[in-house]
Design a protein around this ligand. Structure first.
Ligand code: SF4
Ligand code: SF4
Length: 235
């Protein structure tokens, strides 16, 4: 809703996502809170900032584990929704923040927020994860992750200037990494044998991981299912 003379209210905090009903934001928070890990990850917050001083992401992004712990401790539904949509993907999941004197695990709270964001297929989450589809595809089907050809600014915009440097030096990377790996065939890198892959496929189906991927990227899901089912039938 645009701010007009009629609805302007300087005393009221401006909602950043007014189009999302409060009840929906609350529902998402309650889904996070209902996770059995939640009570182990949050005991309140002294607002001491120790987690921020330990956090590598806080150095490089407009990001603060203290703000996350505070918002969760206060059950500030609007702020938590903003965090779920904007902040959580800046966390490196390094868990340096577990040195919190209150016993909190802000990185763990981020994990829970991410899981709920993905499970609910939030549009912003789909956008953020778009660049990782090829990585997931490679990891799940080949047992390998990033090949140099993937290091392009479009796929990894969050890498900033670093990814430009990689893509600009592709000829050097091509000389350094075996050609087969560049084509997506991992024999020259490391191979996951068929038995292990079939076990992994079964685990991913049975634990609901495939359903989670479907929420984020249906095209990738279809591709993975096709290859995995073929492999499982052969086994
Ligand atoms: S270290 Fe713990 S108590 Fe201190 S601000 Fe961070 S979460 Fe809060
Ligand atoms: S887990 Fe996330 S919030 Fe915690 S220190 Fe690492 S980057 Fe910061």
């Amino acid at each position: 809703m645009p701010t007009t003379m009629e609805n302007w209210n300087p005393g009221k905090k401006q909602e950043r996502y007014p189009n999302v009903p409060y009840a929906e934001k609350e529902r998402l928070f309650l889904e996070v809170k209902s996770d059995p890990r939640y009570e182990d990850f949050l005991y309140g917050c002294y607002e001491c900032g120790i987690c921020v001083s330990a956090c590598p992401s806080a150095r490089f992004y407009d990001y603060s584990p203290r703000v996350i712990a505070q918002a969760m401790a206060r059950e500030d539904i609007e702020r938590i929704y903003e965090i779920m949509v904007e902040d959580i993907w800046n966390c490196a999941q390094c868990f340096s923040c577990v040195r919190c004197p209150r016993g909190n695990n802000p990185g763990g709270l981020v994990t829970l927020l991410r899981e709920v964001a993905v499970r609910n297929g939030l549009q912003e989450t789909r956008e953020v994860l778009k660049g990782y589809s090829r990585v997931i595809y490679k990891v799940m089907l080949k047992g390998n992750q990033v090949s140099p050809d993937m290091l392009q600014p479009d796929f990894f915009p969050d890498w900033g200037p670093w990814v430009q440097q990689f893509s600009a030096n592709m000829s050097v990377w091509r000389r350094a990494i075996p050609v087969d790996t560049l084509r997506g065939v991992t024999d020259a890198a490391w191979r996951v044998d068929s038995k292990t892959l079939r076990e992994l496929y079964t685990i991913w189906f049975e634990t609901g991981n495939m359903e989670i991927i479907k929420e984020v990227d249906e095209g990738l899901y279809d591709l993975l299912v096709e290859v995995m089912e073929e492999e499982l039938e052969e086994g």
